[in-house]
Design a protein around this ligand. Structure first.
Ligand code: NAD
Length: 285
C-alpha cells in the first residue's frame, strides 16, 4: 500500500486472469471450436496493435482469431457487406468490428447491422436495449467489466447510492442500467450536471467515465466509497515519458476511498476479459 493510502485495490489484472482461466476451462470442457471473427478496415496503427494483442489473448484461452482485412478506401457498402456475410455464415458465432472506420462510414449504422446474437462487443442497439429489459444478451464489455469490479468489492448493491459520471451509449448508460438491475439507487451525471461534487459525495459507488483526466479529487468522495475509474489517458510525464492515468486522481483519492481501481490495471484488462467471456457465451450457448 502506498503512503497515505487507505483504499483497497480492485485489481483488474488479477480478476481478469481468473475470468480468462474460467473461459479457457469452459472452452476445453465444451470440446467445440470457438472463434472470434474481427473486421479491420485500413491500417490505423492503434487498431493494428489492438488486433495483434487480441489475437494473442484469444489464442491463450483457446479462441481461434480470424481477422478480415478491408482496404483503407473501403466505403459503407464494403464494410456492411462483410458484416452481412459474417452474419449469414453459420460457422461464425462471434463478430466484432475494429474502430476507427474510414471517414464517411457511419459507425453506428455498421454496428446496428451485426447480428445481435453474434455481437460480442454488445454495440448493436438491440443488445443495449436488452440490457434495459434484463433479457439474456451480450452486454457491452466495458459496462460488464465495471459491474464485475464493483462486485469484487463485496458491496451490497441493493439500496446502495451509485453515481455514474458520464452517460455515453457504450459505457455510462449501460453501467447505470446494470446498477439499476441490482436495485441500486442510481444517479446518471453528465457534463451539464450541476453540483457534481455534492452529488458524488453521496455515492457509495462512484463510477467515472467522463473522459477528463484527473477530474475526480478527494472532495468528490464519500469516505469508504467504491471508486471505479473507466477513463484512460496518455499524459506527458515529468521526464518526457508518457504516463497513463484515468479520470480519477488516484494518488489523492485512494486516501479517502474504501476501494479503488488503478489505471492501468483496472477496467482495461477486465474489458478484454469480458470480450473473451462474451465470445465464449456467443459460441457455446
Ligand atoms: P464519451 O466522450 O462518449 O462520453 C463522456 C461522457 O462524460 C458524456 O456523457 C459527458 O457528458 C460526460 N462528461 C464529460 N465531462 C464531464 C464532467 N466534467 N462532469 C460530468 N460528466 C462529464 O466517453 P466514453 O466513450 O464513455 O469514454 C469515457 C472514458 O472512458 C474515456 O477516457 C475513454 O477513453 C475511457 N474508456 C475506457 C475503456 C476501457 O476499457 N478502459 C473503454 C471505453 C472507454
Amino acid at each position: 500500500m502506498l503512503p497515505g493510502m487507505s483504499a483497497k485495490i480492485l485489481d483488474g489484472k488479477a480478476l481478469s486472469a481468473r475470468v480468462r482461466a474460467d473461459v479457457r476451462d469452459r472452452i476445453r470442457a465444451a470440446g467445440r471450436p470457438v472463434r472470434l471473427d474481427a473486421v479491420l478496415v485500413g491500417n490505423d496503427a492503434a487498431a493494428e496493435l489492438y488486433a495483434q494483442s487480441q489475437a494473442r489473448t484469444c489464442q491463450e484461452v483457446g479462441i481461434e482469431y480470424r481477422l478480415h482485412r478491408l482496404p483503407t478506401g473501403s466505403g459503407f457498402e464494403d464494410v456492411a457487406g462483410r458484416v452481412l456475410l459474417l452474419n449469414e455464415d453459420e460457422q461464425v458465432r462471434a463478430i466484432m468490428v475494429h474502430l476507427p472506420l474510414p471517414t464517411g462510414v457511419d459507425v453506428e449504422r455498421v454496428q446496428s447491422l451485426i447480428d445481435p446474437d453474434k455481437d460480442v462487443e454488445g454495440v448493436n442497439p438491440a443488445n443495449i436495449g436488452n440490457v434495459v429489459y434484463g433479457r439474456r444478451s451480450l452486454v457491452p464489455c466495458t459496462a460488464r467489466a465495471v459491474l464485475e469490479l464493483v462486485e469484487g468489492s463485496g458491496i451490497q448493491l441493493r439500496g446502495a447510492n451509485c453515481v455514474v459520471v458520464g452517460a455515453s451509449n457504450i459505457v455510462g448508460k449501460p453501467v447505470a442500467v446494470l446498477l439499476m438491475r441490482h436495485e441500486a439507487t442510481v444517479t446518471s451525471a453528465n457534463k451539464h450536471t450541476r453540483d457534481m461534487e455534492t452529488i458524488a459525495r453521496h455515492a457509495d459507488v462512484l463510477v467515472v467515465a467522463a473522459g477528463v483526466p484527473k477530474l475526480v479529487t478527494p472532495s468528490w468522495i464519500k469516505p469508504g466509497a467504491v471508486v471505479v475509474d473507466v477513463g484512460i489517458h496518455r499524459l506527458p510525464g515529468p521526464d518526457g515519458a508518457t504516463v497513463i492515468s484515468g479520470d480519477v486522481d488516484f494518488a489523492s483519492v485512494s486516501a479517502a476511498a474504501g476501494w479503488i481501481t488503478p489505471v492501468p490495471g483496472g477496467v482495461g484488462p477486465m474489458t478484454v476479459a469480458m470480450l473473451l467471456r462474451n465470445v465464449a457465451d456467443a459460441c457455446l450457448r
